[in-house]
Write a protein that binds this ligand. Structure first.
Ligand code: HEC
Length: 154
């Protein structure tokens, strides 16, 4: 029986597979082991969790978000803040409100939308004025970056 080139090639492939397989399994020679990780030194003391959060910085006049707590103090100061906070947050976070900055007219539209679309009890007359006075003063339109002088609002 002669070893033709085909058989030789097949034999070569089989040997290669065997050798590579044995190598992969670590049967052929000892591999250098990775150095052991250094023993943990003195245990690091875990800092005690802060129990009292630092008080938020004084209110900025424009009422930008100071932290995410949903409390009246996180709305800008102003008349009737507490009452307005509790009235509006019956349905949603005050964050929805304090992220806004709008003119009185736009706030007026918001109140209309809250009533017409979301079922807020309607605010009318002096009551509505009270809300608008607060919202328009505490959360006025903000200027952001570049303003196109031809498109200036109000
Ligand atoms: C009866 C429920 C209800 C009350 C009360 C209410 N809202 Fe809303 N408001 C909603 C709902 C619902 C949305 C839509 C929430 C959403 O998109 O996730 C909303 C959204 C908003 C938004 C975001 C609008 C937008 O286009 O993204 C603003 C601003 C807002 N409310 C302001 C107010 C203010 C100010 C008050 C108090 C005067 C108020 N809401 C009271 C139900 C209410």
């Amino acid at each position: 029986m002669a070893f033709g080139p085909g058989r030789l090639a097949a034999l070569g492939i089989v040997l290669t597979v065997l050798v590579l397989g044995a190598d992969k399994l670590g049967l052929l020679w000892e591999r250098p082991r990775p150095p052991a990780p250094p023993a943990a030194a003195v245990p690091v003391p875990v800092p005690a969790p802060a129990t009292v959060a630092a008080p938020p910085p004084a209110a900025a006049a424009t009422g930008y978000v100071r932290d995410s707590a949903d409390v009246p103090e996180n709305l800008p100061e102003g008349g009737h803040r507490e009452e307005i906070f509790w009235f509006c947050t019956a349905c949603h976070s005050s964050e929805l409100i304090r992220r806004q900055g709008m003119s009185r007219d736009r706030w007026d539209e918001v109140l209309t939308v809250m009533t017409d679309r979301h079922g807020m009890p309607p605010l009318e007359g002096t009551e509505r004025d009270k809300y608008l006075d607060y919202l328009a003063t505490a959360l006025p339109p903000r200027r952001r970056g570049y303003e196109n002088p031809f498109l200036r609002r109000q």
